[in-house]
Design a protein around this ligand. Structure first.
Ligand SMILES: Cc1cc2nc3c(=O)[nH]c(=O)nc-3n(C[C@H](O)[C@H](O)[C@H](O)COP(=O)(O)OP(=O)(O)OC[C@H]3O[C@@H](n4cnc5c(N)ncnc54)[C@H](O)[C@@H]3O)c2cc1C
Length: 119
């Protein structure tokens, strides 16, 4: 996860800090600047070798730092919505071929931070 990068296949966004619970001494917070946002790419939710499986929430692929941020409830809900729209747009085809522009259009309320309507 590179801070602030909006990937071509971005489907969810969050500003939650890195919040690691990976050591017995306690947890680690790494805060971002107040205007920071980072994005979850669809490719982290679609196992490459499986035709039509979409993961969301704690099941997505990412390194420990990325997962320590995107696993909280807001981005989990956003990923769930993105998974549902990706599967709907794929129809009888593969979710790997989903139209990323149409998908982003359906997710604009989260991705762009304003009210949007499905296209
Ligand atoms: C103690 C604790 C405190 C937290 N506090 C916060 C907080 O304050 N704010 C925040 O944003 N996040 C918090 N989190 C993190 C956040 O709640 C989780 O990371 C988030 O809920 C993960 O969402 P998920 O959809 O990946 O998994 P889950 O919410 O765990 O959902 C998975 C669901 O799948 C079900 N399931 C499992 N196996 C099967 C099966 N075989 N068949 C059918 N269903 C199954 C489970 O019952 C569960 O309902 C906290 C987490 C914990 C553990």
């Amino acid at each position: 996860m590179r801070a602030g990068t909006r990937f071509d296949d971005a489907v969810a966004r969050t500003a939650w800090p890195i919040e690691l619970h990976d050591r017995p001494e306690g947890y680690v917070w790494e805060m971002f600047d107040s205007d920071h946002i980072h994005y979850v790419p669809l490719r982290s939710m679609t196992p490459p070798d499986v035709h039509n499986l979409v993961a969301a929430g704690r099941c997505v692929d990412g390194d420990a730092a990325a997962l320590s941020s995107v696993r909280v409830m807001g981005p989990c809900a956003a990923m769930g919505a993105a998974a549902a729209h990706a599967l709907h747009l794929a129809g009888t085809g593969s979710v790997h071929d989903a139209d990323l522009g149409r998908l982003a259009g359906r997710l604009t309320a989260n991705l762009d931070g304003h009210e949007g309507y499905p296209r």
